[in-house]
Design a protein around this ligand. Structure first.
Ligand SMILES: NC(=O)C1=CN([C@@H]2O[C@H](COP(=O)(O)OP(=O)(O)OC[C@H]3O[C@@H](n4cnc5c(N)ncnc54)[C@H](O)[C@@H]3O)[C@@H](O)[C@H]2O)C=CC1
Length: 372
């Protein structure tokens, strides 16, 4: 196994710096082998399309430790159902990948590398296909936008009804969304901001910034009630441990409030005994869009407390500073179940602060969609 991982690593080093050419070659070969596959990818391949190749390459790099990555690959397979990629497509992608690797690596390539990548790809696709086959969900759901509420220029809260089938998410999970009307085949992940309900209605909090992608921009600025979206199967492990009796700490930055709000909603249905503290940070007070709703919950549920904070607004009449610092002022949190949600930088800073306060890592849950 060590040798196998070494061969993959060594051969990857030959092409790593030529990532763009590798990608271009992969897609050119892929669409030549099966022109029909072009419709499964977005118009611009350097965004979403590349993510598919990224996923394959990342998986190949992790094949040296198959046990621990079994779950990852199965989830990846499930997630790829939304692209409507089937067994025969996996085969074609394998051929295109090998072809691209050989061609970009040039003279450095050898038979051993070839064999290692074939084997790695075969194992990966087998696990991904098994994950996809075991999933009873449809590959995606159509969803109708019910409400669309703008908060300032860059942010919106949307509700969407999943049509045809129940969408079985858990509070704290995220789903991928496609806006087919504007950006077909481009999917982005968003946390669901409410707990599951009989109406099959999901709430999302979306912010678009200068550097943010097309999907967020379309969801904030162009989407309106009545529009149809597509939603893919729920993912993520930032869910409530109902068997735990520990008190709960939630730390949310900006629209990272979404999964925290869903968790609090779930707690309102089941909690009797646990204290729940929510720390909710924004840069400026007007960005604390979710505060009024949280305060209503505080008035109803005596076990809930909410501490808002602003990092860039000295006139704010409450806690000041990055939310990661504010949380530590109120510690210790060593006996709590902790949930952290926000930008990758905010999550990293909060995890660091909690680790310095000796909160055990296994008591902390977070999902940053792989961006940490
Ligand atoms: N499951 C998750 O983790 C989710 C993550 N998100 C992500 O949350 C982010 C929210 O973005 P915005 O609404 O623009 O909020 P933002 O980036 O303006 O964040 C505001 C809050 O985060 C804190 N913060 C920002 N950078 C920090 C740093 N380097 N160290 C410590 N604290 C920091 C600020 O103190 C403030 O409390 C987006 O990147 C979004 O993708 C959104 C939903 C769910």
């Amino acid at each position: 196994m060590e040798d196998f991982a070494r061969l993959l690593k060594e051969s990857w080093a030959l092409v790593e710096e030529d990532r763009e050419r590798l990608s271009a070659h992969f897609f050119a070969r892929l669409f030549l082998l099966d022109p029909e596959l072009r419709h499964h990818f977005p118009v611009q391949l350097n965004g979403q399309g590349d993510r598919v190749l990224d996923a394959i390459v990342t998986a190949t790099q992790t094949v040296g430790d198959p046990e621990s990555f079994d779950g990852y690959l199965r989830a990846l397979g499930r997630d790829h159902r939304k692209y409507q990629i089937e067994a025969k497509h996996y085969e074609t992608m394998g051929v295109a990948l090998l072809d691209a690797l050989r061609s970009i690596a040039g003279d450095g390539w050898n038979l051993e590398y070839d064999q290692a990548w074939r084997e790695a790809y075969a194992r990966i696709s087998e696990k991904m296909l098994a994950g996809a086959a075991a999933d009873e969900n449809p590959p995606y759901w159509h969803g109708e936008v019910l409400t669309h509420e703008r908060h300032g220029r860059d942010m919106a809260v949307l509700t969407v009804r999943a049509l045809q089938h129940p969408l079985p998410w858990k509070a704290g999970q995220y789903v991928s969304i496609e806006v087919p009307r504007y950006h077909p085949q481009v999917w982005r992940r968003y946390s669901v901001a409410n707990a599951p309900n009989d109406d099959n209605v999901l709430e999302f909090h979306i912010r678009t910034t200068a550097g943010a992608g097309w999907v967020s921009g379309a969801l904030v600025r162009r989407t309106k009630p009545g529009d149809l979206l597509r939603l893919a199967a729920p993912m993520g492990s930032m869910t409530l441990d109902r068997s735990s009796t520990r008190d709960v700490l939630c730390v949310a930055g900006g629209v990272g409030l979404a999964p925290i709000k869903a968790l609090v909603e779930e707690l309102t249905a089941v909690n009797r005994t646990r204290w729940v503290h929510v720390f909710y940070g924004a840069r400026r007070r007007e960005q604390l869009y979710g505060l009024p709703q949280l305060q209503e919950l505080v008035a109803t549920y005596p076990w809930l407390s909410v501490t808002p904070a602003c990092s860039d607004d000295l006139s704010f009449d409450g806690e000041l500073g990055d939310i990661s610092e504010v949380v530590t002022r109120y510690g210790p949190w060593t006996t709590h179940d902790c949930y952290v949600s926000g930008s990758a930088a905010m999550v990293r800073a909060t995890l660091r602060a909690l680790a310095e306060d000796e909160v055990p890592a296994h008591n902390i849950r977070y999902d940053t969609f792989g961006d940490l």
